[in-house]
Design a protein around this ligand. Structure first.
Ligand SMILES: Cc1ncc(COP(=O)(O)O)c(C=O)c1O
Length: 304
């Protein structure tokens, strides 16, 4: 990672290298942090942050699920994000807001500690280096079961949820795959390690409902709205492992991944084994939207 620009910490912009926390920070020991992942695109009308209010809302919902007392309003965090991006001078970037129980007392109960907030931003070019994004990724059904809301709030984008995701990703990569697909304790398909999942079967686009345990992805929501705006629909329904093997196309969605084609699950080739027509068309539509080339979705962009 290039240490460029500044990181916003509790209201102050500090040099990238100096954005440090104490080793006894509560979140380091007990995973008590929540975060966001946001993209800023270099559109023809200048840099624009994609669906910023929706990311801010999810950030605050995640904080609420961990009873975090935020010292900053939604408006203040929004302004801080814009300031951090502008200070870095990036045209295309990834933005990482983070809220965490900080340093103070050590013990399981986090509430005596203040909730610290940081916003980092780094350069991220569109379509860069995501395994298989265009060529088609190979996925492994994880042997790790997706955590569910009986254990932890799955609607929170919380660090603690990612221990499960990291194990799944490591298992997939160590076995020669690009990405993991997670099933829940009922054997239903949930999502990738950091992406939502869709299949296309006989021309119908399908995705698991959020009740399966996946994160309410903003890219997932964007894809559903784009498809609907184009006069079609996405069916939300439980999917089994078999549905993956029998799908004509599979793709994943996420802020980092955008729309990523999946062409193999375990040892099974999906469809033709190449990126499918629907996935390709959606990749194009999505790129048009984030690059401000689709008038209908301009309200999703915050120009900075
Ligand atoms: C577990 C998980 N599911 C889904 C997503 C996709 O969410 P979004 O489209 O908001 O980036 C992410 C990425 O944030 C994720 O980490």
């Amino acid at each position: 990672m290039k240490e460029v620009g500044k990181i916003w910490m509790n209201g102050k912009l500090v040099p990238f290298k100096d954005a440090k926390v104490h080793v006894l920070t509560h979140a380091l020991h007990y995973s008590t942090s929540i975060f966001e992942g946001i993209r800023c695109y270099n559109t023809r009308d200048g840099p624009a942050i994609f669906r910023l209010p929706e990311h801010i809302d999810r950030f605050f919902r995640s904080a609420q699920l961990y009873s975090m007392k935020m010292r900053f309003s939604k408006k203040a965090i929004t302004e801080a994000i814009i300031k951090t991006v502008k200070t870095g001078g990036f045209k295309e970037s990834y933005i990482r807001p983070l809220a965490y129980y900080g340093y103070g007392t050590m013990g399981l109960t986090p509430s005596p500690n203040k909730v610290d907030v940081a916003i980092a931003c780094w350069k991220w070019k569109m379509g860069e280096s995501k395994a298989g994004k265009f060529s088609g990724a190979k996925c492994k059904i994880s042997s790790w079961i997706k955590i569910d809301s009986r254990s932890q709030p799955t609607h929170a984008k919380a660090a603690s949820n990612y221990a499960n995701a990291v194990l799944a990703r490591m298992e997939a990569v160590e076995n020669g795959y690009d990405e993991a697909i997670m099933l829940n304790s009922y054997g239903k398909v949930v999502e990738g390690s950091a992406e939502n999942i869709f299949i296309v079967k006989d021309g119908v686009i399908q995705t698991p409902p959020l009740s399966a345990g996946g994160l309410g992805g903003i890219t997932r929501d964007s894809v559903i709205q784009i498809v609907e705006e184009n006069g079609e629909f996405v069916m939300e329904c439980d999917l089994e492992r078999d549905d993956l093997y029998l799908a004509d196309e599979i793709f994943m969605t996420g802020t980092a991944a955008e729309i990523k084609s999946i062409t193999q699950v375990d040892k099974v080739k999906i469809g033709t084994g190449k990126m499918g027509r629907t996935t390709k068309a959606l990749q194009k539509s999505f790129t048009d939207v984030v690059m401000a080339r689709d008038e209908r979705f301009l309200p999703w962009l915050t120009f900075i």
